[in-house]
Design a protein around this ligand. Structure first.
Ligand code: E4P
Length: 219
C-alpha cells in the first residue's frame, strides 16, 4: 500500500514529502477552503512540491456532467503531469469520468460509500476510487469492510485497473486495517502520519542508548 497525504496545507505537505513516505496528495473543497488561499493556486503549489498524483476536486457547485468536464479540463491543465480530477459519485459524475478518461485525463471518483458505486466508477474509467472509511464508521458501519469488499471485487476482473484509495482515514489503526484489506493507497492526514512514526518503546530505547553512551563516552 502506498501513501498519499490528505491535506491542502503546504507546510504539512512539505514535511511529509521530506519524510520520503508520500507519493501523492488528495484535497477536497473543504480542505482547500480551510487554508484561505486561491483554489487553483493552491493546487498548483501542491503539484510543485510533490512529484505524484494530486487530486483536485471539481467545485461543490458543479453538478452536471458538462460543467464537471469543463472544470476537470481546467484542473488538469494546471499541471498536466500531476493533476487528477476528483469527481463525486453521481450519474452525472460517471458521464464526466467517461468523457475525461477518453481525453486521457485521470479521475478519482470520490464519496464512495458502497461497492456498487466503486464498480460503476471503475467501469466508467476512473483511475482511482475513494471509499470513505471514517464517515462510514461515524454512522456505525464498518468502513474497512467496504475497502475489503471493493478489493475482492476488483480482483475478480483482470481488465479493471482502477486503484483503491482508502480515504477519510482517521487513525493509525485505520491505516493497518486498510493495508490488510487490500487498498492500493491510503490517503492520510498529517497528524496520523506523525502518530504512525511513534511508539513509547522507541522513545524509551533512544533515551536508554543515549544515556549509556554518555555515561561511557561523554556528550
Ligand atoms: C479524501 O479524498 C477525502 O476527501 C477525505 O479523506 C475526507 O476525509 P474526512 O471524512 O475526514 O473529511
Amino acid at each position: 500500500m502506498r501513501f498519499f497525504i490528505d491535506t491542502a496545507n503546504l507546510e504539512e505537505i512539505r514535511k511529509a514529502n521530506d519524510m520520503g513516505v508520500i507519493s501523492g496528495v488528495t484535497t477536497n473543497p473543504s480542505l482547500i477552503a480551510k487554508e484561505g488561499r486561491d483554489y487553483a493556486e493552491t493546487l498548483k503549489a501542491i503539484a510543485a512540491i510533490v512529484d505524484g498524483p494530486i487530486s483536485g476536486e471539481v467545485k461543490a457547485t458543479t453538478a452536471d456532467a458538462a460543467g464537471m468536464i469543463a472544470e476537470g479540463r481546467a484542473i488538469h491543465a494546471l499541471d498536466p503531469a500531476h493533476m487528477v480530477v476528483k469527481i463525486p459519485m453521481t450519474a452525472e459524475g460517471l458521464k464526466a469520468i467517461k468523457a475525461l478518461a477518453a481525453e486521457g485525463i485521470p479521475t478519482n471518483c470520490t464519496l464512495i460509500f458502497s461497492a456498487n458505486q466503486a464498480l460503476l466508477a471503475a467501469r466508467a474509467g476512473a483511475a482511482y476510487v475513494s471509499p470513505f472509511l471514517g464517515r462510514l464508521d461515524d454512522i456505525s458501519q464498518p468502513g474497512v469492510e467496504l475497502v475489503q469488499t471493493i478489493a475482492a471485487m476488483f480482483a475478480n476482473y483482470t481488465d479493471l485497473h482502477t486503484q483503491i484509495i482508502a480515504a477519510s482515514v482517521r487513525s493509525p489503526i485505520h491505516v493497518t486495517d486498510c493495508a490488510l484489506a487490500g487498498a492500493d493507497i491510503a490517503t492520510v492526514p498529517y497528524k496520523v502520519i506523525e502518530q504512525m512514526t511513534k511508539h513509547p518503546l522507541t522513545d524509551a530505547g533512544i533515551e536508554k542508548f543515549r544515556a549509556d553512551y554518555v555515561k561511557v563516552f561523554g556528550e
